[in-house]
Each structure stands twice: as C-alpha cells, then as structure tokens.
Design a protein around this ligand. Structure first.
Ligand code: TRP
Ligand code: SF4
Length: 330
C-alpha cells in the first residue's frame, strides 16, 4: 500500500489584490508543495472579515480574484483542494470548541495581536472576534488535521498557539489532532517599493495583474542605495531593493547588475528600467492567465465549488470525531 501523503493547509486573506510579495513569500512555496503533499489552500474570508468588517465592499470580488491569482501562479486545482473558508461552516464549530479551552491570556499576549493593535490605523481592532483570530486559524488547520503549514515568519506565533491548543485539547478530551509543523518558506521576504514592509495599506506593491505602464512607473519610484547619488558614485547592491528584485525575478542578471552598480557604469534610472522590463516579462503569463480566468467567472465558481465540496467532506469527518471526543450528543 502506498503511504498517504502528508497534509498541508494554508490560507490567505482576501483583503485586496495579490502582489509580488504574495508570490515570492507564499505562492511559490505553495506551488512546490503540491506534488509531495495533499494540499488544502483556503481563501480565509472569515479572517478578512475579523479586521475588515466595517468595509466589506470588495470582499466577494477579492475572494474570486484571489482564486484566479493562485491558479495563474501555478496552484493547480487538479492537485490541490482550493476552497472558501466561509462555505465550510465546520470552521466555526471547531473555532467555538477551541474557544472554550483557550485562556484569554494566550490571546492577549499574542505578539501579532499586540503589534496590530499598536500599528494598524483606520480600523478598530478592539472587537471581540479579532482577539480570537489565532483560534480560528487553529480551527482551520486542525479541521483538516494538517501536519504541515507553510507560513511566513509572522505567523509562527499562531502556529505555536495551535500546537498548544492540540495539547490542551488532548488533556481535556483525548488525542485526535496531530501537532502541525511550520514549513517556513526558503525565500526571503520581498520589501516594498519604498523599503518598508510590502503591504496593501502602504500602497508600495506591484499587483499580479498590474499593467506594464503602471509597473514601469512604480519601479521608477523605487528607493535605491542612498549613497549612490551621481552616476560616478559606486553603489552597494546588497543595500538596494532594486537589486533584491533582480534576485527574485531575473536571477541571471544579478551578476551584471552587481558589476554595473559597484563599477558605477550604469545609473539607477537605467538600472530600474531594466528591472521594470524584467518584472513585466515575468508577470506577463500570470497576468494573461488571471485575466482569462476572471473573464470566465463560471469556471472559477465551478473550481471553487468542487474544492469546497472536498474540503467539507474532510471537515465533516473531523467534526464528527471531535463531537464524540467532547461528548456532545450526536
Ligand atoms: N493568518 C494568515 C495570514 O494572514 C492566513 C490564514 C488563515 C492561515 N488561516 C490560516 C494561514 C491557516 C495558515 C493556516 O497570512
Ligand atoms: Fe540599486 Fe541598480 Fe542603483 Fe545599484 S544601480 S543602487 S542596484 S538601482
């Protein structure tokens, strides 16, 4: 008998258009995991709602766009289960059961929670649901009994909380969930165009569906090595975000870029123009595929329906067992 593949679960919140950061930071590794693991990839719209509840205008379209972007980036619905969180109500059932055994202190001390309360402006995150964000995330993972979870470093605390909940669940009700392990992506995080963290709210990103003209404009606005002011000033490519983008999207060119930068033979504007064309060429097939998909919403809906049906089946199976363990009348 062939050994069953290990399960992977990961998710992304549909809060805006996906960008190069999602591609390099998550989708590339999601794509690579597809053959080796039984992958479940979830559009985490309930998680989006926890912080974006006051402005839900774009939520539905961002969810569908998210699916189109994933497929365009090589996530294959034939290999992986792609689904929408809010269509699998078992997530909330398990969320509730886990909420009972989650001490408030664990959530109040969670570093991501404290950081978001401190840093996020324009949205009120002191709501009840947002405090429980990592508990819903634990429910997402445990519902599929995922052994591995590809996440960025920022999510490691949430995974640790999930593991603690597994142990606590076991101590109350018995062993049912495996402790999930993080799969940290090998690729570094791509900085935003302004050298800050790439994020939707800072508007410092290049979207996967961005038009060439707009990419050119954005790349020309990128922050470079501040010590390289004139053409004759030698630059420090390792301190320049433009250089790191070459590394991510046009590796073959990095040798050349390094030598023209350190040797002060090509100026930053010319360098950025080359990067813009490289990024445009890199994104072209993704942009084409995503536009095709977005023109055929029926097809996207079908893919989502099929993935969601598969997810529901796995989720229902787990919930039947969970209810037994918790000793609810079934
Ligand atoms: N919190 C994750 C993020 O913001 C998204 C997410 C929701 C997730 N549920 C998950 C990631 C379960 C991994 C596993 O990136
Ligand atoms: Fe950055 Fe290119 Fe300018 Fe060097 S030449 S500092 S890599 S933009």
């Amino acid at each position: 008998m062939t050994k069953e593949k290990k399960k992977v679960l990961s998710g992304m919140r549909p809060t805006g258009p996906l960008h190069l950061g999602h591609l390099v930071g998550a989708l590339d590794s999601w794509r690579r995991l597809q053959d080796e693991y039984d992958c479940f990839y979830m559009i985490a719209d309930w998680h989006a709602l926890m912080s974006e509840y006051a402005d839900t205008e774009g939520l539905a379209s961002f969810s569908l766009e998210c699916l189109a972007d994933w497929i365009a980036a090589g996530i294959d619905p034939e290999k992986s289960t792609l689904f929408l969180q809010s269509r699998v109500s078992e997530h909330l059932e398990l969320f509730m059961i886990l909420s009972n055994i989650t001490p408030l202190g664990w959530l109040e001390r969670c570093p991501t929670y404290k950081e978001q309360l401190r840093e996020v402006t324009g949205r009120d995150l002191t709501n009840y649901a947002f405090l429980g964000y990592p508990v819903l995330q634990a429910a997402d993972i445990l519902l599929y009994r995922a052994e591995c979870v590809p996440v960025g470093e920022d999510q490691v605390a949430h995974l640790e909380l999930t593991r603690e909940l597994v142990r606590r669940f076991e101590s109350f009700y018995g062993p049912i969930f495996p402790e999930p392990q993080p799969l940290l992506s090998v690729t570094k995080r791509l900085l935003g165009l302004d050298n800050r963290k790439m994020s939707k709210s800072l508007d410092n990103f290049i979207g996967l569906g961005e038009r060439p003209e707009s990419i050119r404009k954005k790349v020309l606005s990128m922050v470079t090595d501040p010590e390289r002011i004139k053409l004759e000033d030698p630059g420090h490519p390792d301190r320049c975000t433009v250089f790191s983008y070459f590394g991510a999207f046009q590796e073959e060119m990095t040798g050349g870029v390094r030598s023209w930068c350190e040797g002060a033979t090509v100026g930053c504007v010319a360098c950025k123009k080359k990067l813009a064309e490289a990024v445009i060429a890199f994104l072209e097939p993704i942009r084409k595929k995503r536009n095709e998909l977005l023109h055929d919403k029926e097809e996207l809906e079908t893919i989502l329906r099929q993935g969601t049906a598969k997810a529901r089946e796995a989720a229902a199976q787990t919930m039947r067992e969970v209810k037994k363990y918790v000793k609810l009348l079934t």
